[in-house]
Write a protein that binds this ligand. Structure first.
Ligand SMILES: [Zn+2]
Ligand SMILES: [Zn+2]
Ligand SMILES: [Zn+2]
Length: 306
């Protein structure tokens, strides 16, 4: 009898583990904050106060990882300043921190500066593929310290073309698409990931939806998951002129998406929160409002099955 109970316990444990990590390719959220992370350096205001005191409330810069357990491969979308902690989280979940490539969205500090950890001073990687658009590629090739990563072949740049689909392996397809954003050093892309004929889009940074020639509401209808720029919750959140740093306010996005079906609304996962965004505060009225309206808030460690 004792042995039967032990056997059942082992079987139950095995089932649980299988449920936690999918057996087919999937996506995991490694970070949800805006470029600066949460709390933000030097912020002494209420938005960050609790997070300074309690490390459990801190959040890393937005990042997704695509994992293929059938081939034991994994690729991160964006190399953030928190790459060290994020790869540690990845290791906790998949048992492996080594990545097989990086897909970059653009040259703002939260999205590529983690590449520095691939250099001589840290990992000294050997030809890790870094997928980037043409201007982003030139930016890395022509400016130090990034140019050293290219010269020493720590990274191997793979130039992308917008709206052109390519395969990471036989199970996973990726398509970069251009989005309007403050493109001082590079163009900005979002990514469409296709696994098992299901689609996920990731747009961490974009100017107002109206400035994009693609209709975001029509796009949401066509895909299965949409991880979308939620830098600011509403107008007036910053004291500075917010038109200089345009992003779709979460309030505006929810209004724009209000006529979508419940199923389509469920596809939306807000991400890339500025330290001032109340969606970072657990149990806030804004978090409740988003859930009540039928949308999701991206969480670190969240698994997305296909
Ligand atoms: Zn950003
Ligand atoms: Zn703050
Ligand atoms: Zn940006």
């Amino acid at each position: 009898m004792k042995y039967i109970i032990i056997l059942i316990s082992i079987l139950l444990l095995a089932c649980n583990t299988a449920e936690k990590t999918p057996q087919t390719p999937y996506v995991m959220v490694l970070g949800v904050a805006q470029d600066a992370g949460y709390p933000q350096m030097n912020c002494k205001k209420d938005c960050c106060k609790q997070a300074w005191e309690n490390p459990e409330l801190q959040r890393t810069t937005s990042c997704l990882v695509i994992i293929d357990p059938t081939t034991n491969q994994q690729w991160i979308i964006d190399a953030t300043p928190n790459i060290k902690e994020q790869l540690q989280l990845l290791k906790q979940k998949t048992g492996k921190e080594k990545i097989d490539g990086v897909l970059l969205t653009h040259a703002h500090m939260g999205h590529y500066t983690g590449l520095m950890h691939f250099g001589r001073e840290v990992m000294g990687t050997n030809g890790i593929p870094v997928f980037a658009m043409p201007k982003m590629t030139t930016f890395l090739e022509e400016n130090g310290p990034w140019s050293q990563l290219v010269e020493l072949e720590n990274i191997s740049l793979q130039k992308l073309k917008s709206d052109s689909t390519f395969s990471l392996n036989e199970n996973i397809k990726v398509k970069p698409f251009l989005v309007p954003h403050r493109d001082e050093f590079s163009e900005t892309v979002g990514y469409e990931i296709t696994i098992n004929n299901k689609f996920l889009i990731f747009i961490p940074d974009i100017d107002k939806w109206g400035k994009w020639e693609t209709s975001i509401t029509e796009l949401i209808k066509k895909v299965d998951y949409a991880f979308l720029d939620a830098t600011f919750y509403k107008n007036g959140e910053l004291k500075r002129d917010m038109s200089e740093i345009p992003h779709p306010f979460v309030e505006e996005s929810m209004e724009l998406f209000s006529n979508l079906s419940e199923t389509d609304k469920q596809k939306v996962h807000f991400i890339h929160f500025n330290h001032t965004n109340p969606l970072l505060i657990e149990g806030s009225a804004s978090q409740k409002e988003v859930s009540e309206k039928g949308f999701n808030i991206a969480k670190e460690g969240q698994l997305i099955g296909f």
